[in-house]
Design a protein around this ligand. Structure first.
Ligand code: DC
Length: 227
């Protein structure tokens, strides 16, 4: 029997990764945050002084084998490696997020990432979160979920995160950023963010964190049986 695969796609800031972490703890399966892999590619470009929007230069960087992204698990927690170095913390900046969004538009980057993600999900039960999991990476996933929230709600949550870190920004600025990222991710030519036809929509705008986790666990149970 094929291992259990759960695909969660959705826009930036919908809480996919944090929600997925808890769902995976409850189900005792591994979580692959695929955005982290694109972030590692974006970081690689920045470190090499390559403009992430320069398609030719980014493609060459991939072809020349200058970017090796891998994932390891330590006590069930994902470590993202770039050329053998753990970059799990370094990739969590706005700058790297922007670079990831830019480099993720290019064929050599996507084919490299998709291949690695498929290899990982073929051998063990896993939950993958990203933008193209249900549509491209795992079109036969056991369970497909499209997790979203309104742009306003995602901006509100982002504001709270920034405040917790002691950073300040106006709501308008944060909302504009959320809208810009949505536009870039949904209008790119190659596998833009979209809901797979057979994915179940979970709109968390009016849900608490726990309610969202429960909604996903209920969907998994309905499709796959109680874990
Ligand atoms: O989820 P995130 O914000 O960490 O992802 C960073 C960028 O990577 C995001 O702007 C879009 C891209 N991405 C992608 O194209 N495909 C995925 N499966 C995951 C992320």
């Amino acid at each position: 029997m094929k291992p259990l695969t759960i695909a969660i796609d959705g826009p930036s800031g919908a809480g996919k990764s944090t929600i997925a972490d808890i769902v995976c703890q409850k189900l005792n399966i591994l979580h692959l945050d695929t955005g982290a892999m694109y972030r590692a590619v974006g970081l690689c470009a920045l470190q090499l002084g390559i403009d992430p929007r320069d398609e030719a230069a980014v493609s060459l960087m991939c072809q020349e084998g200058k970017v090796l992204v891998d994932v390891k698990y330590q006590d069930g927690k994902q470590l993202t490696l770039l050329n053998g170095t753990d970059v799990s913390s370094l990739i969590r900046t706005q700058e790297v997020g922007g670079a990831a969004s830019a480099v993720s538009r290019y064929v050599p980057v996507r084919s490299m990432m998709v291949k690695r993600q498929q290899e990982m999900a073929a051998s063990q039960p896993m939950l993958l979160d990203g933008r193209d999991i249900g549509t491209v990476v795992l079109p036969d996933a056991t369970v497909k979920i499209f997790l979203t929230a309104s742009a306003q709600e995602r901006a509100r949550r982002r504001m709270l995160q920034l405040q917790e870190k002691g950073e300040s920004a106006s709501f308008e600025e944060v909302l504009a950023e959320v809208n810009a990222r949505d536009l870039q991710d949904t209008t790119r030519e190659l596998t833009p963010l979209r809901q797979a036809e057979d994915a179940i929509l979970v709109d968390s705008s009016n849900f608490t964190f726990d309610e969202t986790v429960q909604a996903i666990l209920d969907i998994v149970e309905e499709k796959y049986g109680k874990q």
